[in-house]
Design a protein around this ligand. Sequence first.
Ligand code: CP3
Length: 341
Amino acid sequence: MTKPLLRALAGETLPTPPVWMMRQAGRYLPEYKATRAQAGDFLSLCYNPELAAEVTLQPIRRYDFDAAILFADILLVPQALGAELWFVTGEGPRLAPVTEPAQIEALRPAAEVRERLSPIYETLRLVGPALPAQTALIGFAGAPWTVATYMIAGRGTPDQGPAHEMREKAPELFDALMERITDATIEYLDAQIEAGAETVKIFDSWAGSLPADAFARYSIAPIRRIIAELKARHPGVPVIAFPRGAGAAYEGIAHATGADCIALDQFVTAEWAAEHVQRDGCVQGNLDPAHLVSGGPELETETRRIKAAFAGGPHVFNLGHGITPDADPDNVHRMLAAIRG
Ligand code: CP3
């Protein structure tokens, strides 16, 4: 009996959609905060396979989600490439910017990136056998565009301005950086699949900041290359793509990238996406994470509305973006009750 998540990703329409949440292992959970404190800091947690496996499993124990997602971060790839990375508590990630030709030239080759990230594969090898029989294991990486925005700016920015400036003013240099990230990401995801990831998700959190022509070139094209290479190595392993903020460009993305499932943010309606995106295959999404903070009757009506809108095709229930630290853990139970009845 195949796991519900994998059935949906294969295109099956299920009476109850499988469900998991972006950032399901996170600061809204007291048990996560306790393990993170034990690890010392966020990066130490990512690189400690026993503790990373523990936080990966915490939301499965509490909520019995249909999938566990590897606990790690998209910025581990730039770090393994050679960019200095640290996290400022309460603020977020900081990287030493990589913008000079010599710095890009000096980035580590993909095979070495793969090797350096071996603690992450160990986390997957620990989680896999510890999961309930019905629970799928998801690996992930950032999409090259989103990873590049952090590497160029050295931090999250409201408009990804520095990366846009580089792609416009120094396109060859920018392409060289994108290629290094893409090559490393292929190796990283391949190694995750070999370590037990049953599907992988590619997070393009800042895809929506790209204008149409650049969207095709810098969001779609590298994702398509990653997926084509993974499919060549692992034909049966489904891939989820999350081009956040794509808007009307969500239409056709499954074909353009080769993804088996398109993850939707909350900025498109489920009704629109059912018509324009789900007709090409599985979709994932798209409850506004704010409902898990505010709760109330709207949490249930919105959850039911999304389930109903996507009921005619393959659907994985999820949020439109990660659950936030101020969410109420009990609201997750309410959401699950509304989905699973
Ligand atoms: O979803 C999961 O539960 C799996 C683990 C996961 C994390 N980050 C853990 C994390 C995943 C899939 C990510 C992806 C990620 N990381 C993205 C893409 C998805 C998105 O949110 O758009 C991005 C852009 C990052 C980079 C990143 N990591 C930022 C901007 C921050 C700071 C913001 C914040 O929420 O604190 C992080 C830190 C981070 N990554 C945390 C977690 C649980 C919080 C760290 C902490 O415990 O203090």
